[in-house]
Design a protein. Structure first.
Length: 132
């Protein structure tokens, strides 16, 4: 499934630019994993993680992964003008990107998104584009 999402989002992940990691508005549980790089040690990572990307067309995408074995809820806020330099309050259109295409989510001047019930090991991609 992850490969299908990566293909659908290749304009961001292959030809785009990584801008920032996602900063959730609520606390995210940590998972402990054993890392064996040079010496075995415990690593603590968020169960839900995300990043912000920009493509050559000036669109933003927020990628979120639930690495846990349980459904999770995540809320975050993104100010697209911080990366796209549009200045001031501007309307943005949000849509959900899936391997099957885009589904509209709505529009706002600040993109505040709540992803409820992220499935275990699930992926979500939210696109943010300037509204016409």
């Amino acid at each position: 499934e992850l490969c299908r999402y990566r293909l659908a989002a290749k304009d961001f992940l292959v030809c785009g630019q990584l801008l920032d990691e996602l900063h959730p508005q609520t606390e995210v549980p940590l998972a402990t994993h054993l890392w064996n790089r040079n010496r075995p040690h415990a690593a603590h990572v968020p169960e839900v993680m995300g990043t912000v990307w920009r493509d050559a067309a000036g669109r933003l995408a927020v990628f979120v992964v639930n690495a846990s074995g349980s459904p999770r809820r995540l809320s975050f806020s993104v100010d697209p003008s911080a990366w796209l330099g549009s200045g001031g309050k501007r309307a943005w259109k949000a849509s959900l990107l899936t391997p099957e295409g885009e589904q509209p989510l709505g529009s706002a001047t600040q993109a505040e998104v709540v992803l409820g019930d992220l499935p275990p090991r699930g992926v979500r991609v939210v696109l943010l584009t300037p509204a016409p």
